[in-house]
Design a protein around this ligand. Sequence first.
Ligand code: MN
Length: 731
Amino acid sequence: MGIVTDQSPATLQPAETGLVMSDIEAFAERLNSYLEPEQINLVRRAYYYAEQAHDGQTRRSGEPYVTHPLAVAGILAEMHMDYQSLMAAMLHDVIEDTGIPKTALEKQFGATVAELVDGVSKLTQMDFETKAEAQAENFQKMALAMAKDIRVILVKLADRLHNMRTLGALRPDKRRRIAKETLEIYAPIAHRLGMHTLSTEFEDLGFKAMHPMRSTMIDRAVRSARGHRKELLNKILDALQALLDQHQLPGKVMGREKHLYGIYQKMRGKRKAFSDIMDVYAFRIIVDTPDTCYRVLGAVHSLYKPFPGRFKDYIAIPKANGYQSLHTTLFGLHGVPIEIQIRTEEMEETANSGIAAHWLYKSKDDVINGHHARTRKWLKGVLEMQERAGNSLEFIENVKIDLFPDEVYIFTPKGRIMELAKGSTPVDFAYAVHTDIGNSCIACRVNRRLAPLSEPLQSGQTVEIITAPGARPNPAWLTFVTTGKARSNIRHFLKHQRHAESVALGERLLDKVLTGFETRLADISEQRINSVLAEYGLELMEDLLADIGLGNRMAYVVARRLLLNDSQQDQAADEHAQAEYESDAALAVKGTEGMVVSFARCCNPIPGDPIIGLTSVGRGLEIHQENCRDLSQRKVQPDSTLQLTWDKDVSGEFTVELQVELEQQRGIIAQLATSTNMADASIDKISVDERDGRISIVQLVVRVRDRLHLSQLIKRLRALNGVMRITRLKN
Ligand code: MN
């Protein structure tokens, strides 16, 4: 552990390791070719800071730890990366390995560098180890999604490259783990970014570490084949060069060998024998302009016969990562296949360095161009090439998704990766896992800590959903979910739920009225029911009951239609029934009716209060206190109100609002709260309104079971010293 001091290590003299000292100076010397002196100084400061922070740490090889960040910066300097990337490279293991917080780096080197270091640390902490190879692609995307700044990826790639180059010092199992991760995650990322040289080195180093025997065998075979091939190779090379001269086409021809891992993959994937692969002679011709590429192509096709179906024009239609070239295969002498790539110098550079090529050719004056501009320029270039080629939108989408994912990647507790739209919440995640999980979710843990269900998720988090049997989706979720799946499932559930509850209420309302006519729904003939349904234009009794429950139809009117022909009851009986219905045939409210029964906010009825129901179209039944002032002021149709009673077994908690007048004294509000809790009532809201210096008015919104419970609560509060008056607020 390095010692963290408030004093900036960068202002201290370097430790007495003369060797390291000269290393950094030699490095700074190299930067002179493309960076300003002030920028080089900042890089130097970052180096000294890292040296101090890693003081006492060594690499597995025994060297001081700081040699590693210096080497990483060296790799980036070869790509001519900007000074901030180099500073981040110097500091890239500081947060992870020395415990110095991001804020300290921010103070010392500014927000951008701190942000880069933090991004690299997050990628380092990521546990990419996984058994499921199918996940590899998601891991790549996750890595890209986590890096808001593409330079984070480039620093991480350089870090990984140096680690791969020095892998030998590690234990075999660790070596294999890192190699596997490199082959599955980092080599493909380098490939996506068009960095061919880098991805090739990753692959060969990874291959060597994963399969040392196979790698050695192929290497040996390649060396021996090279000897046998040399004569023929040179012959073709000379013939091609002579051809260019003859046609006065400027260009240079070079022989090309497949890299070890490439050969291995071909042998495995295409089940080819080593000799078949090595029998191919491959060349690259580098020319000055795209136009020359096509003329060279014409010339080589006149020299040897082309293989049908093997010509590829990646100049007109570049690959997704920006790669451009012409590919063709020819029948050489004695039918030996000759593979030829033709491209310009610039295409060659892009093919090797990909996105990094844009840093490579940065001149000293080109300072204004930020990395974002560069990334965009690269992407734009790729897109423009594609557009000129008139290719599909799908391609552009792919490039964008590859480089700037609009998704977040989340781990399940078992390590599976879920891909979700940006902004997704734990509820979205729950529905993505399974509809039932979504419907019954009640809470969640994000990275093992309880978190709100509405909190947007970040790539790399592990999310665990807590469910409860019988739990239901909350309508409020609709305000924050972002995925279509969650939204439609919640809506569907609520609609279904509401329908079921409306039917149940409708049936109770209808039966209540029918009881007044001394009959029951079950006694009415199917024939009669069907003819009433036909009159209303409905198909199912269920729909009619739902209509009643929702307040769209009056139970009384429906009952009369049902009875019209069935019984020959006369007007008198009818009136008798109506009277009875209005007097004592009150419906009992249980409090568990669900969405179709609601308790009015104006008067907050609680069990024990005399109540009345108001049916309104589409909204079901709203329960008010009988003497609700709001209700009497509203001009409601008498026949849309309904006599109600409370059921014997009411369940649930009901809201009441109390106003407490009290004398101001220290701690009285706390006592009020404590007493409320002691009375087993829960407080929803408490607000204090001072009237003058001495007397305060407290508004208390509490939840109680019923009137009895409320009176117990009020009694308890009255007993408090200083409480003068308590009133229950209605309207
Ligand atoms: Mn490192």
